[in-house]
Ligand binder design. Sequence first.
Ligand SMILES: Nc1ncnc2c1ncn2[C@@H]1O[C@H](COP(=O)(O)OP(=O)(O)OP(=O)(O)O)[C@@H](O)[C@H]1O
Length: 309
Amino acid sequence: MSKRYGDFQAVRDLSFEVEKGTICGFLGPNGAGKTSTIRMILGLQPATAGRITILGADDGRKVRDRIGFLPEERGLYKKMTPVDAIAFFGALKGLPTGEGRRRAREMLDAQGLGASKRKKMKELSKGMSQKVQLIASVVHRPEFVILDEPFSGLDPVNQQGLEAMIRGLAADGATVLFSTHVMQHAERLCDKVVLLARGNKAFEGTVAEARATTPRFLELEGAIAPDQAAGLPGVSGVEVVSEADGVRVLKAGLVSGGRGQDALKAAFLNGLDVRRFELREPSLHDAFIGLTGDNPDQDQSVKAAEAAR
Ligand SMILES: Nc1ncnc2c1ncn2[C@@H]1O[C@H](COP(=O)(O)OP(=O)(O)OP(=O)(O)O)[C@@H](O)[C@H]1O
């Protein structure tokens, strides 16, 4: 599918599949087109071109009661208790209120939020209310769960809690699609990732397959010049990561089949001042940069606005 807003092409010829019962990460910087795509999947906004199939339907609205959605813009009624808020969202999906309240209590207990059951939403911390909102979006036990940037604004402990919740949903048989610009979450959670940059799909496959697209590299630290590192066997492309008082941290790419120990041996024989030497496997973050040339931490809507000016 594709999406245009006036002259601006937000999503271009995007195509991907999410297999039943898997966790799929939809990854890209802010402004890459993730929310636009999710809104098209849900039938909340029309595609400019293309089509989707979700749970056998050609429009997300036709199967809305079988889908759970956590939007990027969050907010639950501040004066409600978590139990009431969760049951309310369940009722919107056809779940009887009594059953919604029963499930809400059970799920809040399971998430360690039992003590907050009688508080008002406005009294909860951001991490707690985000967990409540996730529970509210899945209390009707949807087959397909779509989460837009579920980790944003959470501290590492709450992020871990949320990761565990997402794993639990998949373990219970749900299919999960979540968007994020933080690659580490996807690295830990996903069966599959779809990488999006400036509205274009850059990659679809497993995390291991994504990593394999990017060469391994060496990290060298010491009083070494980039061209000295570039002369080591198996090394291709050297960039300076940092430099202070003549000591540099260098990132040196390894050619396919290049061996770290050959480079280390040569560095030793050449008398290079190497104080730290590490062979690094590329992370998903490295793979994203390698595949797209973009940094996932950089907001692309800003770039898009600049380009339009
Ligand atoms: N209704 C709209 N009208 C015009 N431009 C829009 C509209 N919605 C999104 N855009 C633009 O389309 C691009 C993609 O936005 P989108 O929200 O889909 O990206 P995203 O990857 O979800 O990022 P974020 O996480 O920041 O929402 C951005 O440049 C954004 O400014």
